[in-house]
Every structure is written in structure tokens, then in C-alpha cells.
Ligand binder design. Structure first.
Ligand SMILES: [Zn+2]
Length: 117
């Protein structure tokens, strides 16, 4: 097994088991968040946030809710250069690929949520 493969299959000690082990929060917490999946802003110097983001989320407080995918899509209105179009297309492709992975984790997390109710 390569070092990279070993790292990707090893769960760090003390890490959170929620969200199909995708939770990145450390220490005691009621809000579980997965890693961020983002489409970077086309012009970061003009933007206050990324174009799109998606993160797995669940709240484990008093009202334990089923896991969801928290999604934000910001409005963008502008004329793009060819380089910016290429950047946007690549960003959206990567975002969509990661979205499918997040959907698989969400499905697994929701099944575990139903089992543990
Ligand atoms: Zn957690």
C-alpha cells in the first residue's frame, strides 16, 4: 500500500464518526460539517464569497435531524474572458464530481441516521 493510500484509509484517532466519517470538526461539537466543496470566485478581488459551495451537515443537539447537504450558490453577473470561461468550466466540472461523492456519503449517512433513530 502506498503512503497516500494508507493515509486516505486511516481514520485519525479521536475523529468524529458522523456524516459517514466525513465530519471535519474537532473537539466537542453538536454541528457536524464535512469538508468544503467549492467553486472559486472568478474574480476573487471583486467577490465576497465563492461561486458555489456544498458541505455535508448534521445537527446532533436536542433535535437530531437527518444529515443534509448544505449548498450555497452565489449570484454572478459579468462578461468573462476565455481564460475565465476555462476556469469556470473546470471549476464546475470538479464541483460536480465532488458533489457526486458527497451524495454517496450523504446516502450512507442518512442510512446510518435511520438505523440509529
Ligand atoms: Zn462531528
Amino acid at each position: 500500500m502506498t503512503a497516500l493510500a494508507a493515509r486516505s484509509t486511516t481514520t485519525p484517532a479521536g475523529s468524529c464518526p458522523h456524516l459517514n466519517t466525513q465530519c471535519v470538526e474537532q473537539g466537542p461539537h453538536d454541528e457536524h460539517w464535512g469538508p468544503d466543496n467549492e467553486v472559486a470566485a472568478i474574480r476573487p478581488d471583486e467577490a465576497i464569497q465563492s461561486l458555489a459551495s456544498a458541505r455535508l451537515y448534521s445537527y446532533a443537539g436536542t433535535d437530531f435531524a437527518a444529515p443534509r447537504l448544505s449548498v450555497g450558490i452565489s449570484g454572478f453577473d459579468g462578461d468573462l474572458t476565455l481564460a475565465e470561461v476555462d476556469q469556470l468550466a473546470a471549476g464546475l466540472r470538479d464541483f460536480a464530481n465532488r458533489l457526486q461523492i458527497q451524495a454517496a456519503h450523504l446516502a450512507a449517512a442518512q442510512r446510518l441516521h435511520e438505523v440509529n433513530r
